[in-house]
Design a protein around this ligand. Structure first.
Ligand SMILES: Nc1nc2c(ncn2[C@@H]2O[C@H](COP(=O)(O)OP(=O)(O)OP(=O)(O)O)[C@@H](O)[C@H]2O)c(=O)[nH]1
Ligand SMILES: [Mg+2]
Length: 321
């Protein structure tokens, strides 16, 4: 469904394939710049159609190497691809992110590969929300596939949970304690397990363990996670990995999973936005609006309780609209 919406010039440039306009727009999103707001509103109708492939997993298992290999495979098939690397801003991984950049920059003259690294620290609207917006811009720019790399820990893998349509959890032989972390956090979100570094000893055991875990777990919406072996550096298994991702995308399309999961995600996004906006307005009003300042005085004096004050604030905000 395409509605005849007149796009602002910057949005038109992005849709036309102007990569500099795209890069600037992403910076505006990261900075929480007001210009990004208008862009995202006008381009939203052009999002929602890409395969957004999240790659998550412990430090150093080879996520960036796999991204690089997948980019190679997709480009060999003439498919454009966008890459978002969510940099956890940790001093430990700074080096590899730099390495990623150097590797991918070799493709800098190819307009059908777009690479962007984002710092999770300092993303104004939170990492999941910023990543969502950046992926939408890449979709509007015409990328049918967007790869998102994150380190699988804490706040950062929320980005994968909320943004990706297919989630690949990457492991490697002999992870030891890391596997416990995986079980705790990432395990239940995996659509595809990838045992990378399968050129190293121990890959058989790692694969068997994962296959066992995958078969024990309840299938999510009728999908049982698949297990693939890769070696990003050899390289081998990359086509199999891509086939597993495509199989999951096809499953989503056929099962209507898109409607269910997508609907829940978007409902949550609306709730978040309403909450953020109302909270901001109320915080400002408590400072600036004399009536609300008096209300706050009463609460401070114990003459009014905060719950009743919240009722009054809400009534006042609703009347003000
Ligand atoms: N032997 C072997 N080494 C690999 C393989 N894949 C990646 N590596 C090496 O493992 C190291 C880490 O690879 P990266 O691709 O940077 O791993 P990463 O998961 O992106 O790392 P972080 O982003 O820092 O978490 C590099 O030295 C790679 O060359 C593989 O399949 N086999
Ligand atoms: Mg990496």
């Amino acid at each position: 469904m395409s509605r005849p919406v007149r796009l602002p010039p910057t949005a038109q440039a992005i849709v036309r394939g102007d990569r500099r306009a795209l890069a600037r727009a992403i910076t505006a999103v990261e900075d929480g710049d007001a210009s990004a707001d208008l862009l995202l509103r006008s381009l939203y109708a052009r999002s929602g159609n890409a395969a957004v492939v999240g790659l998550a997993g412990p430090l150093g298992v080879g996520k960036s190497s796999l991204v690089n290999a997948l980019v190679g495979l997709l480009r060999a098939r003439q498919k454009p691809v966008g890459v978002v690397a969510v940099d956890p801003s940790s001093p430990f991984s700074g080096g590899s992110v730099l390495g990623d950049r150097i590797r991918l920059e070799r493709r800098a003259d190819d307009p059908d590969v777009f690479f962007r690294s984002m710092a999770s620290r300092g993303a104004v609207g939170g990492i999941a929300s910023t990543t969502t917006d950046v992926v939408r811009l890449l979709e509007a720019a015409g990328f049918p596939t967007v790869l998102v790399e994150t380190v699988g820990s804490g706040q950062v893998d929320v980005a994968i949970r909320e943004v990706a349509t297919t989630r690949v959890v990457v492991t490697a032989p002999h992870l030891g304690d890391e596997v416990q972390t995986l079980k705790a956090g990432l395990f239940e979100i995996a659509d595809v397990f990838c045992v990378n570094k399968s050129d190293l000893p121990g890959a058989d055991v790692a694969e068997r363990d994962l296959a066992e875990l995958a078969s024990l777990g309840a299938s999510r919406d009728g999908w049982r996670p698949t297990v693939v072996r890769t070696s990003a550096t050899t390289p081998s298994g990359i086509e199999e990995l891509w086939s597993a991702i495509e199989a999951h995308e096809a499953f989503r399309a056929a099962s209507g999973d898109r409607a269910g999961a997508e609907r829940r995600r978007l409902a949550a996004e609306i709730v978040d936005r309403v909450r953020d906006r109302l909270a901001g307005e109320v915080a400002r009003a408590l400072e600036d609006d004399p009536a609300l300042a008096r209300l706050l005085d009463q609460v401070v004096d114990r003459a009014l309780d905060p719950r009743t004050a919240a009722d009054r604030v809400l009534e006042q905000r609703l009347r003000a609209r």
